[in-house]
Design a protein around this ligand. Structure first.
Ligand SMILES: Cc1cc2nc3c(=O)[nH]c(=O)nc-3n(C[C@H](O)[C@H](O)[C@H](O)COP(=O)(O)OP(=O)(O)OC[C@H]3O[C@@H](n4cnc5c(N)ncnc54)[C@H](O)[C@@H]3O)c2cc1C
Ligand code: SF4
Length: 252
């Protein structure tokens, strides 16, 4: 933005990163315990989305989980849902889904929810909103912003600043269940949105022997998890790469 640009001009980039926000809120939380596992923090989806605050949720839920484990057999799911953290998420549960109907309705809904402290008698539902991806295949959006001159200028430069590292010969940690969909249906219906929404240029459609195919540059991945969430066919599965590989955020 022209107002912000002078503040950044002449500065140097220390680090950069990307991470999808867990936006589902209280109504999307799964059961928090299962045989052999408890879900806490972002793994469960405990972010206060309007504030983009989740560190306190992660700490509190981790502490509560530990207390339940020490109490041997404590019902962590029930305890968490009765906790101040759940009450906090209940107060803001309708704010993010309110924006599915546009900015102005979303703002009006956010004002109402804030004024009544989330005591509205309804809970708005979340939905995947893959239909928004159709707009990407309809062509590049018209450029109505000033020319971008500050670094980084491209996505691969951002990968460098994320200091991401994977052994080139390790198994690909982005599992695409059916790559025929990429070259066929997805090209026609959505224009291969993964080639646009991935901040690290991991997905490329390349021509080979007259055929288009998906190329996965897995070593670039900055572990933002966007592809696992946003892929309209839900055929991309992000799995943990070999131990320790990934971005190395030092000053973020
Ligand atoms: C852009 C952005 C801005 C934010 N701003 C704020 C803010 O200002 N204030 C605030 O309170 N919150 C903020 N949050 C939210 C906050 O960062 C998270 O809610 C919080 O970090 C969640 O903590 P966590 O421990 O649950 O998960 P994480 O911080 O995601 O930690 C999970 C860790 O597990 C590691 N891991 C994953 N898989 C494996 C595996 N298989 N083996 C070993 N390790 C693994 C990951 O590398 C990661 O280090 C922000 C989030 C984003 C994306
Ligand atoms: S491959 Fe997926 S998880 Fe990795 S950077 Fe791209 S969108 Fe994010």
């Amino acid at each position: 933005h022209p107002t912000v640009k002078p503040l950044l001009e002449g500065g140097s980039i220390i680090s950069s990163g990307a991470r999808a926000l867990v936006e589902g809120g209280l109504q999307s939380l799964p059961r928090l315990q299962m045989p052999g596992a408890l879900l806490v923090g972002d793994a469960a989806g405990m972010i206060n989305v309007p504030k983009i605050k989740g560190t306190h949720m992660a700490l509190r839920s981790g502490m509560l989980a530990a207390e339940c484990l020490v109490a041997e057999g404590g019902d962590f799911d029930a305890h968490w849902r009765a906790s101040p953290s759940a009450a906090e998420l209940r107060r803001v549960r309708n704010i993010r889904p309110g924006f599915h109907r546009g900015l102005w309705l979303g703002l009006a809904n956010a004002a109402l929810e804030t004024a009544v402290g989330g005591r509205t008698p309804w809970t708005l539902r979340n939905h995947a909103d893959h239909s928004a991806l159709h707009r990407l295949s309809a062509g590049e959006p018209p450029v109505d912003y000033v020319e971008r001159t500050l670094e980084p200028r491209d996505r691969l430069a951002s990968v460098y600043f994320a200091a991401t590292e994977h052994d080139e010969d390790q198994p690909v940690h982005l599992k695409v269940a059916d790559t025929d969909i990429c070259a066929g249906r997805c090209t026609e219906e959505y224009g291969n949105p993964c080639t646009r929404f991935c901040p690290a240029n991991v997905y490329e459609m390349v021509e080979e022997d007259g055929q288009r195919r998906l190329q996965i540059n897995a070593a670039n991945c900055v572990h933002c998890k966007t592809c696992d969430i946003k892929d309209p066919y839900q055929i991309i599965d992000w799995v943990p790469p070999e131990g320790g590989a990934g971005p190395n955020y030092v000053n973020l």
